[in-house]
Design a protein. Structure first.
Length: 270
């Protein structure tokens, strides 16, 4: 079920023409000299369009750093990253801001909803700020897919945690982005609400044709994806197609034991 992550050849850039995002020799170091910490070590990766990809690894493996660099939220020390055919590693702050606003959707562990706005207003807020007119047919489809039709007039304080994350998911989907990055989207939710959000992300891929990249420490969450990428010591060291929670957990135990100083992730199946 699992095969080692292949090292890309000189044809990598050309072969990634249909990728939603990709990186070549992506390196990120924090600090300098003897105290420098290498978070990403010459990573080569492609994110396929129309698929749900999970990124996992022991604590400190670089999984969130990889997402931040692919999304243009953090600068890289060397290497290249693309969103579609656009190389983002050479863009300035203004260009990156516009790219993220127009082409990327984000979901985080904290819902980041404005408490003074109702659900409908939070969903369309990024487009309102950008001066873009929402595609009402698409937004209505997202709202109905996420089961939010009867919650649109509610403010965040009137919603459960699962409902708030569904609103955050709708906000990420509303502009029909090329790629959705979800960083521990179920981290603040109970198991039932977390399962609902994962099902909605799965539906976003299967029913709405979206591309999702999710950073998670939870094997059960990763099991909703099409593909799991495993990171260790700042490198993509393995990948698993059609993952199951049990297989992912077993693989994570292997990497945790093999990584000096790595903190073991909690066992959600135990």
């Amino acid at each position: 079920m699992s095969t080692p992550a292949a090292t890309k050849t000189d044809g990598f850039a050309e072969g990634g023409a249909h990728a939603a995002a990709r990186a070549r020799s992506l390196t990120k170091a924090y600090g300098s000299g003897e105290t420098a910490v290498l978070a990403l070590d010459a990573v080569d990766v492609e994110i396929e369009r129309g698929r749900f990809t999970a990124v996992m690894g022991p604590s400190g493996s670089g999984k969130s750093t990889l997402m931040h660099c692919l999304a243009g939220l953090d600068t890289v020390s060397s290497g290249q990253a693309w969103l579609g055919d656009t190389e983002i590693t050479g863009l300035g702050d203004k260009e990156l801001t516009q790219l993220r606003r127009d082409r990327i959707g984000f979901m985080f562990q904290s819902f980041n909803l404005l408490p003074t706005l109702n659900a409908a207003e939070n969903i369309t807020l990024p487009m309102d700020i950008a001066g873009h007119k929402p595609d009402r047919e698409w937004v209505d489809r997202v709202i109905d897919t996420l089961g939010l039709r009867d919650r649109l007039r509610h403010r965040p304080a009137q919603l459960s945690g699962g409902q708030q994350q569904r609103v955050a998911c709708a906000r990420a989907l509303a502009s029909r982005p090329e790629l959705i990055f979800a960083d521990e989207p179920t981290g603040n939710l109970d198991s039932r609400s977390g399962l609902e959000v994962l099902r909605f992300l799965r539906e976003a891929v299967d029913e709405l044709g979206q591309t999702v990249v999710m950073v998670t420490h939870d094997p059960s969450a990763a099991a909703h994806s099409d593909l799991v990428l495993f990171l260790a010591d700042g490198r993509v060291v393995d990948r698993m197609e059609r993952p199951t929670a049990e297989a992912v957990l077993e693989r994570m135990h292997i990497f945790t034991r093999a990584t000096p100083g790595a903190e073991p992730e909690p066992d959600p199946l135990g």
